[in-house]
Design a protein around this ligand. Structure first.
Ligand SMILES: *Cc1c(COP(=O)(O)O)cnc(C)c1O
Length: 397
């Protein structure tokens, strides 16, 4: 009997009832704008910022309209000017080079290792070309954070962390997002907490966060924040920083607050599913599992493996065979950008030199979402299907 999986790879869990009730209260109040608060009321957005700051153990947190907006605000707060070069990962998603391009800066791509993290030798070689690194922890793979920070400090490169896939993750006990100068998160539906669209910017640097707060569209209402720098910090900054509106509203914040409270439990649920898939794929001939360094605590909301040195037709065959059995694998190596996946050489507004070692890795990266709506049994079945189809194609070739 050929097993078929019938689950849906894009079906998320419902919003917690508490969040639905809070959202309805916000709608009944009519006060949706973050600065529209009643006498003595902090408002859902300020409370959310405080709760996420407390969760991470960071003094400042700003909730914004999207993860991409958070990255753009971080670049602006750091003073990145049009025409300047910004280092970033060759293995990432389109909004990352997009945020760099949006401030008129020029992405310089740094290669990827077989561990799917930034290539630190390539970073060393390119570090003197730029003043900022936008470090994307793509698909939750954290590089050696001590080593990357050492390289960047030695070259006077400031670091923005893109934590879209590492909310809840840490390296050597320190949360992802607190290593660099600023950390950016997304609360978009496919990330670790879900408000449809949304994001956070965090930092321990008061000047950077005061700039980001004015940028986000606080007008002169920054004293209504709970996790923002003290009003004195804004004294000069408020005259020099443009308003580039990208605020979060009370409705989304209401939906998110109970999700912060259950985030660690969700991460544990993802990791239990990840383990089942990962174990099911171990030692499959032709397939390379990604090694996770023991210093990192990751969130297994998706899984990657490599089909290194496979031909394009063999990879397409695996994707088609898995799809026929209900398992949706994405391939990062395709020459044409498809759905959410694209390669650095398909971002033609940011031309780059070819990186043969990285290209070899990129052309073998297979990627699969693990929604929490899957059970552990679902995950075991999915692994059996991938294993069988990779095996069948590998034997033919
Ligand atoms: C989703 C994502 C972003 C951007 O987040 P949005 O909220 O969609 O703007 C940035 N980086 C990575 C790696 C992402 O996956």
């Amino acid at each position: 009997m050929t097993e078929i999986f019938t689950g849906n790879f894009t079906q998320q869990e419902p919003i917690p009832e508490e969040g639905i009730e809070a959202a309805v209260r916000v709608m009944r109040s009519g006060r949706l704008h973050r600065y529209n608060v009643a006498e003595g009321e902090a408002g859902e957005v300020a409370l959310l910022e405080q709760e996420f700051a407390d969760y991470l153990g960071v003094p400042f947190c700003l909730a914004v309209a999207s993860g991409g907006y958070a990255m753009g605000a971080a670049l602006r707060a750091l003073g990145v000017a049009p025409g300047e070069k910004v280092l970033t990962n060759a293995f990432t998603l389109a909004p990352v080079p997009g945020a760099i391009a949006a401030v008129g800066a020029v992405p310089i791509f740094v290669g990827v290792t077989e561990g799917l993290t930034i290539d630190l030798d390539d970073l060393k070689a390119k570090a003197s070309d730029a003043k900022v690194l936008m470090l994307s922890h793509m698909r939750g793979h954290l590089c050696d954070m001590e080593a990357v920070m050492q390289i960047c400090r030695a070259h006077d490169v400031r670091v923005i962390e893109d934590c879209a896939h590492t909310m809840g993750a840490s390296w050597n006990g320190k949360p992802s997002g607190l290593w660099g100068d600023m950390g950016c998160y997304s609360t978009q539906t496919y990330k670790h907490i879900n408000s449809g669209e949304g994001g956070f910017l965090v930092s321990a640097d008061p000047d950077l966060m005061a700039k980001a707060t004015i940028l986000s569209g606080s007008y002169m209402l920054f004293d209504r924040h709970l996790a923002a720098p003290a009003p004195e910090v804004f004294a000069e900054i408020k005259y020099h920083t443009p308003n580039v509106s990208g605020r979060m509203d009370h409705l989304r914040a209401a939906v998110l607050r109970p999700q912060i409270a259950r985030l660690d439990a969700q991460c544990a649920a993802w990791n239990a599913r990840y383990e089942v898939v990962n174990e099911g794929l171990a030692e499959t001939p032709g397939l390379t599992c990604i090694k996770r360094p023991s210093e990192g605590i990751f969130v297994g909301s998706s899984i990657q493996f490599l089909l290194l040195d496979w031909s394009e037709s063999a990879i397409r065959d695996v994707v088609a065979r898995c799809k026929a059995r209900g398992v949706e694998l994405k391939w990062f190596g395709g020459a044409e950008p498809e759905a959410f996946t694209s390669r650095y050489d398909s971002w033609r507004y940011a031309p780059s030199e070819a990186m043969p070692k990285s290209d070899r890795v990129l052309s073998g990266i297979m990627d699969m979402r693990i929604p929490l709506t899957f059970s552990l049994e679902d995950c075991a079945l999915i692994a059996r299907i991938i294993r069988a189809e990779v095996g069948a194609v590998f034997q033919q070739s």
